[in-house]
Ligand binder design. Structure first.
Ligand SMILES: O=P(O)(O)OC[C@H]1O[C@@H](O)[C@H](O)[C@@H](O)[C@@H]1O
Length: 319
């Protein structure tokens, strides 16, 4: 496994006032993207994981557990990358490897207004290849937009030289910070079909209006729309989640019993988080050698002054 080494190489020279490289022991080096006012994003090289996203008032928008543990364990919170999944460790190994800064990524069309972004890369180690015998290049661009929105673009290329295709499932396991889960509703997934992970992945159709939370939820919504809204009444804030190349959306909250059973999660923390995870779960993605797949996650937080209690979710979703 490509674990963090105690003697890391010198920090890369990031030639932008919008980026900072912060050295930390134990594989905890991070890159910080800075936007207008107090907007920022922190990315840990271990896991290629976003661990913080703050709005222009400096308020944290992502949930990170106070019990999150350090590498080589996966980090509970932020945006873990789940890849490649299958008969491997839960959620794949990408969230549990040391990524590198990609100094020379292949071109990716970028909005010229976006100044703060970083490109990371993960390639399998010898040990990874023993576990999952496929060669790949996984490029991840993390960008902080002018308005404080965050986007993650994944590009995965099959670099097998033996002509073999490979397939995988994928998720951006996004942990949102919410004021009180009982006051949150999710718009955009009503009437969708889902697989219920709590009922042996049986298929159901969502009934009723928006999704609200009263107990443990672990569902994979199939062919979910490209925009989903998480409406937090108490915070008067709506997260708008957009996705491309990722047909499904996992919705997860462990609730009290499971929370207590999780070593890296506080007993009551389930009240203040919700995972909505753009994903490709039902139908694995297949890549032939030389082929590349692209998936994108976009996040924005609509502030209360905009909502002022009058939020029309249809406008957020379709307007
Ligand atoms: O503990 P992990 O591996 O980070 O997974 C947390 C949860 O992640 C969700 O995506 C899964 O649907 C749940 O089944 C799982 O419990």
């Amino acid at each position: 496994m490509a674990a963090a080494t105690p003697h890391s190489p010198p920090p890369p020279q990031l030639s932008s006032p919008f980026l900072e490289y912060i050295r930390a022991p134990g594989g905890l080096d991070k890159v910080v993207l800075r936007g207008r006012r107090s907007c920022s994003v922190e990315i840990r090289l271990f896991g290629g994981q976003v661990t913080s996203w703050k709005n222009d008032h400096g308020e944290e928008l992502l949930f990170v557990s106070s019990k999150a543990i350090k590498p080589p364990k996966p980090f509970r919170g932020g945006i873990p990358i789940c890849f490649p999944q299958g008969n491997l460790e839960q959620h794949g190994f990408a969230r549990n490897r040391l990524w590198a800064i990609d100094d020379n990524p292949p071109p990716l069309p970028v909005n010229p207004a976006i100044k703060a972004f970083v490109d990371l890369i993960l390639k399998p180690s010898e040990d990874d290849l023993k576990m999952w015998p496929h060669s790949f290049e996984f490029r991840l661009r993390i960008a902080l937009g002018a308005g404080g929105d965050l986007s993650l673009t994944s590009r995965i290329r099959n670099t097998n030289t033996d002509g073999r295709p490979f397939s995988y499932t994928f998720a951006f396991h996004t942990y949102f910070s919410v004021s009180d889960i009982s006051e949150v509703r999710v718009e955009g997934l009503e009437t969708m079909d889902y697989l219920d992970n709590m009922k042996g992945k049986e298929r159901f159709t969502e009934q009723g209006d928006a999704i609200v939370f009263e107990s443990e939820v672990d569902k994979v919504y199939l062919a979910a729309p490209s925009k989903v809204a998480i409406i937090d009444h108490d915070m008067r804030r709506t997260f708008v989640v957009t996705k491309e190349g990722l047909p499904d959306a996992v919705v997860w909250n462990p609730w009290d019993k499971k929370a207590k059973a999780m070593q890296d999660f506080g007993d009551s923390e389930y009240k203040h988080m919700l995972c909505v995870e753009p994903a490709a779960v039902e139908k694995p993605i297949s890549l032939k050698p030389g082929e590349e797949w692209k998936g994108r996650l976009g996040l924005s937080a609509v502030p209360s002054s905009y909502c002022s209690g009058q939020l029309d979710p249809l406008k957020v979703l379709h307007g």
